[in-house]
Design a protein around this ligand. Structure first.
Ligand code: KE4
Length: 439
């Protein structure tokens, strides 16, 4: 496909639709990160998408690096995924009863992540993480959990202090409505800081039920784990009888078919998954060893349920997606493409002298407007979010749609062509120059 047309973008229809949206939807959106609050102006209203491309209500065309926040690793409307959804839709969209489809998807997840001897499907990453924490508290009889500043595990009450993603974007350090008694059960440590985790265990010894971590942080921007960080968390939690939860809602089937736990060779007690496993439809899961998982109802007393959990449409899309990801060479090809983009962005940074650094792990990237590399949330928060906003706008004008926040990732999909990557690099170089010139 050719580069998105370089025309003066007209947003008349998006503005009109968004004006109506603000009358009936809170902030005109159904998730805060979509609201463009950190980059100014109204969000574009999407009309349709295909492959790596997105078209807004005014017919403007973009190369999309949000990809439904990482869910669409194959790109939009992959023919095989659409075929699977269409084939199921006529047979019923939800039965509220067991189907072979959920068995098939669960079996694929277990084959890919052996630590997940059993899984339970839910409909969002938030449900997966809140259920995993409930299970960890039940299994250990302990109440405290440790999370990391800048990580985001969904919007359940226990996760909303010092969280990343939309809370970082909107500057919400602590969410009203979460009882202080409940918030006090969540302890925060700086990402990549093992000593701080040791200290929390020294202080709270046998009261910590679990440590929950994004094995590659992607909700403060992309921040890889420092060498040994994950292995140390494994050793500390085992030593103290706490559980280790890998929140792989983003990294699961993203960094490799076996997720970050395979990439880094560290096995958690519980794993949460989402996004990719639903193939663009609402599906998520949590999983772990059978002894642990069999504590969940109906086998055990840990209650968790869901009307649309494991629904056949999402299962069909998930199966079609994972079967395509399992193809030999998929991740190598995706990685090569993402590397080309990362290298191109790094060159653009050098050529323009922009005060920014790029981070990449596999097909996850972030361009931080910080001179220093970003290893934790404290450094991420020092980024120049105004310059990011100007960069975001300049890229949008050049037909490149990035996540409208410094604290998110850029997702490369299998649908991004070499021409898309080249166009993105050129647009990045021009946008960095424009931002530097305007400041
Ligand atoms: P959902 O409840 O949004 O399906 O998943 C929550 C979640 C859990 N864990 C991780 C590591 C996540 O990244 C997420 C959700 N990610 C954000 C984007 N960074 C979703 C976008 C949104 O909130 O609209």
């Amino acid at each position: 496909m050719s580069a998105p047309k370089q025309v003066k973008k007209e947003y008349r229809h998006s503005h009109e639709i968004f004006r109506r949206a603000t009358e009936v939807l809170v902030g005109g959106v159904n998730s805060p990160v979509r609201a463009f609050r950190a980059v100014g102006g109204d969000p574009i209203v999407v009309d349709h998408a295909a492959g790596a491309r997105l078209w807004d209500a005014d017919g403007n065309e973009y190369i999309d690096y949000v990809c439904s926040w990482g869910a669409l690793i194959l790109g939009h409307a992959h023919p095989k995924v659409v075929e699977a959804i269409a084939g199921q839709a006529g047979r019923g969209t939800s039965y509220g009863m067991p189907t072979e489809l959920e068995v098939e998807l669960a079996a694929r997840i277990r084959a890919a992540l052996p630590s997940c001897e059993k899984v339970r499907f839910v409909s969002s990453g938030t449900e997966a993480t809140m259920s995993a924490v409930r299970l960890a508290r039940a299994a250990t009889g302990r109440d405290l959990i440790v999370k990391f500043e800048g990580c985001y595990h969904g919007h359940a009450d226990s996760f909303l202090s010092e969280a990343g993603s939309g809370l970082a974007t909107l500057g919400i350090a602590a969410c009203p409505g979460v009882p202080s008694a409940l918030a006090a059960l969540t302890l925060n440590a700086p990402y990549n800081d093992v000593a701080s985790v040791e200290k929390l265990f020294d202080q709270h010894r046998d009261k910590i039920a679990a440590v929950i971590v994004e094995p590659i942080a992607a909700n403060m921007g992309v921040v890889p784990p420092m060498p040994g960080f994950l292995r140390n968390l494994r050793e500390i939690t085992t030593r103290h009888g706490a559980l280790l939860i890998f929140d792989e809602v983003i990294t699961g089937f993203r960094v490799c078919y076996g997720g970050a736990q395979t990439t880094f060779g560290v096995t958690p007690d519980l794993t949460t998954l989402g996004k990719i496993i639903g193939g663009g439809l609402p599906a998520a899961a949590y999983g772990g060893g059978r002894d642990l998982m069999d504590r969940v109802a109906p086998l055990g007393p840990v209650y968790q349920a869901g009307t649309l959990s494991g629904n056949p449409l999402a299962m069909s899309a998930g199966i079609a997606t994972l079967d395509l990801l399992a193809a030999p060479g998929f991740y190598e090809s995706l990685g090569d493409r993402a590397k080309r983009l990362g290298d191109g962005i790094a060159s653009a940074l050098r050529e323009t002298g922009a005060s920014a650094t790029a981070a990449r792990v596999g097909s996850l990237l972030t361009l931080f407007f910080s001179r220093e590399p970003v290893h934790d949330y404290a450094r991420a928060k020092k980024c120049d979010t105004q310059r990011f906003a100007a960069f975001f706008r300049a890229m949008l004008d050049r037909g490149i749609f990035l996540a409208p926040s410094q604290f998110e990732a850029l997702f490369v999909s299998a649908a991004h062509s070499d021409a898309d990557i080249d166009h993105t690099i050129a647009a990045c170089r021009e946008s960095l120059a424009a931002v530097s010139a305007s400041s």
